[in-house]
Design a protein around this ligand. Sequence first.
Ligand code: ZN
Length: 369
Amino acid sequence: MSITIRDLRSKLNAVFPEKTAESWDNPGLLLGRGNACVSRVLTALELTPDVMSEAIDFKADLILTHHPFIFKPLKSLTDDTPEGRMLLELAENHIGLMAAHTNLDCAPDAIIRKLAQDLKLAGCRPFVPHRPYKAYKIVVFVPCESADAVAAAMHAAGAGCVGSYSDVSFRAQGTGKFTCGADSSPAIGVPGSSEAVEEYRLEMVVSERDLRAVTQALRNAHPYEEPAIDVFELHSEVHHMTDLYGFGVSGTLPKAVTLASFIRHIKKLWDIPSVRFAGEPDKQIRRVAILNGSGAKFLPSSDRDVDAYITGDCGHHDFDNAVRRGVALIDAGHYDTEKFIPALLAELVSSFGVEVMVSHTMRNPMRVM
Ligand SMILES: [Zn+2]
């Protein structure tokens, strides 16, 4: 089976919306035609000459990577540079290039879920909550006997999340009045009649991301032909609005362990040859945060509630900062905290019905000896 690049991109967008990417990022289609057909996809962490050769051998129509190969604006596309030669070769082989980067990092059902599950973390929350969406209040007037069903449908579509509470709503009873039009087919009354119905005013908060789905679910569950729906944009700071999107994840280990045994555990768990860390080896670790890739800059926000913070690309000052804050900082490596992403991408893309292969040539460009 094949789909177009454009359709594949929109399916990816449903899970990893590009608009949730950081402003400096460059995810999405980097090379290719939107109407080109895709029947084979190669996934990789990043585009390398080896990955490109694999894609050509596999007769891939598209390479889907985590790191965007085109990041800074190109001034030219020629064979004068390694990057230019690779992009030209891809184009000559009719292979497109697409990336899902920070939009994948912050999605709830991707790398952070995998890392949290591997560590058996409980009570997980995004470590750096990501709220790119506006908050809205949605109000609907519904016959009393249908209110529970309508509320349940709205909650299932994402409405009513406040902080760590879900299914949050308010309802107040009153009388709804309407006259049925001559061409109407009302659930209550007949065309031309005036009606008074005991109704609830049912209201809940909803994020911009879920507003369309919630409105659709509401309409499907509501008995009226024309439900009265009000949507208000909230200007107050809705800092308790739960948004499951965010970078990294924090949670609690099943039981406290020493830093030394925790480090031994993650090295074995994720097959990491070596880690660098700050902290006393006998420090007790229970609350943990992990943020794949480069997350040292988020350390200052971690001192309140985590015993250990795992990320990659840490430098001298990051370790120094961690010691000052009493947080065990574990640099497990950019590659080793992200090497699972191509398999996650492959699992998703194969559900679109196209043939997928995870690159076999990926390796950590940084070596230790
Ligand atoms: Zn990365």
